[in-house]
Structures are given as C-alpha cells and as structure tokens.
Write a protein that binds this ligand. Structure first.
Ligand code: F6R
Length: 250
C-alpha cells in the first residue's frame, strides 16, 4: 500500500488524476473502474483539462462504474450515469459505447447484476479501479455488513448513506433506498486500486480501514489484502494514519 499526501483537495485531485493519466498513457485501451461522489470530481476536472490541452486521449479506454441507484434513469440528474456524463464523458473523447454503468432501470435486477459481471469479465478485468470511501467505510455501495458480498448485487442503502445523499434531492421521499453495486470480489479483482480521500471527516474511517482489522463491518478494510493499492489523500484525511506511524510520501 502506498500513501500519497497532498496539501489540499486541489493537489489531491491533481495527484489522483496523474495516476489515472499514467495508466491511460501506458495502456491506451485500458479498462478504468470509475466512481462518483464528491471526492473524485476534482480529479475528473483535471483529466478534462489535460484532454483539452491535447495531452491525454480516452479514445480507446473502456470504463465500468462501481454503482447506480435503482429507479433512476440515466438522464436523471442524480443518476450516476448522468454524473459521469457531466463530470467526464461529455468533455473527453471517450467512446460512450465503451462506458458501462449498471442500469438502474433493469426490470430483472439479478439478470442485470450477472450481465454487469460478464461485461467486466469480457473486458478482461479492470486495470485501475478508482474508489472513494464512505464515512462508514463503504466502497461502491457495499455497506457495513456481516460478510463481504462478492459479485455485483442489489443493496438496501444504510440509513446514514440515505441521509448523506439527501442533500442531492429535493425531498427525502425522492432519495433512492436501493442501488446496484459491484461487489467486494469485483473490486478486489481490479489489478490496481486508487483510493481518494479528502477532509478531516474521513480521517477516522481512513485509519480504521487501513490500520484496523479486516472486517466486513468496515468494507474498505478488505483493501488491506489487495496487492496494489494507492491512497491519495489531503493532509486532513490522512492525519490519523500518519499519527499511527503509517509512512506517507509527499
Ligand atoms: C460512488 C461510490 C461511493 C462514494 C462514497 C464517498 O460511486 O462508490 O462509495 O465513493 O460514498 O463519497 P464522497 O466522495 O462524496 O465522500
């Protein structure tokens, strides 16, 4: 596990974007596993900027997103498909046909979960998976539980996640209660994992995930068992890791 410390959110975003850009340059037809949420937005902005400057192309890249709300169409402003279009896909030369997000509107959610696993397998697996982390240690929508769900599946969202998401909807009633997410096994199969964390509110969970026991009560703790994990965080988010003596590079 490598930990890179950045001064602030902007520097953290730039560092994360450079790791993604390096992956794309080294293997132009790579498979990127992508995340939504507030933390990766700055990294996506940076990637768009490098694309516009002519320094980066996504022409041959395929992507698979971690998750999607159930019940929202791809053009719903709070769907994760919409998020990806607005924050990245609409602004770079990626072929939209090569971008994959689970369908939130599939009639048969189980069949959709299986289809999504096959999409990943047919692509030959994920080269680099970008992850944010929830305050309860969730990755994708894998919430704290008594075991680690392996494959893509439907989840009932934790109350804390519903509350945290409520800020994006007009009323509590509209906040989706279920989502489809890659499983922990799907995430673990990625060849490389890049975790982005920002702000003091994440310091505790970052410490628990990477210094505490590996337990499904803290889903991100499974990453301790992955052979190639890079964490990029700002000073505030990494504070407790550092206090615990985990080596960090600037
Ligand atoms: C989103 C996702 C979630 C977020 C997590 C952190 O695709 O998979 O696990 O990464 O909820 O969200 P932010 O970055 O908003 O703190």
């Amino acid at each position: 596990m490598r930990v890179y410390r950045a001064e602030d959110y902007k520097a953290m975003s730039r560092r994360a974007a450079s790791i993604i850009a390096a992956q794309v340059m080294q293997k132009p037809n790579c498979v990127l596993g992508l995340a939504t949420g507030s933390t990766p937005v700055g990294a996506y902005e940076q990637l768009v900027e490098w694309y516009k400057q002519g320094d980066l192309s996504f022409k041959e890249v395929s992507s698979v997103n971690l998750d999607e709300y159930l019940g929202l169409t791809g053009d719903h402003p709070q769907s994760y498909r919409y998020f990806m279009q607005k924050n990245l896909f609409d602004h770079v030369d990626i072929d939209v046909a090569k971008t994959n997000v689970p369908s939130g509107m599939a009639e048969d959610a189980e069949a959709e979960s299986k289809r999504y696993e096959k999409v990943m397998a047919d692509l030959g697996g994920i080269d680099l998976q970008l992850l944010g982390m929830g305050h309860n240690g969730h990755i994708g929508f894998n919430e704290p539980a008594s075991d680690f769900p392996i494959a893509t599946h439907v989840v009932d969202l934790a109350e804390s996640t519903i509350q945290a998401n409520a800020r994006f909807f007009d009323s509590m009633d509209e906040v989706p209660r279920q989502a489809m997410t890659m499983g922990i096994g799907s995430i673990r199969k990625a060849k490389k994992v890049l975790v982005v964390v920002s702000g003091e509110g994440k310091a505790d969970i970052v410490y628990r995930a990477f210094c505490g026991p590996v337990t499904p009560e803290v889903p991100a703790s499974i990453l301790q068992l992955h052979p190639d994990v890079t964490i990029v965080g700002d000073r505030a988010a990494l504070a407790k890791l550092e206090e615990a003596g985990v080596p960090v590079c600037d």
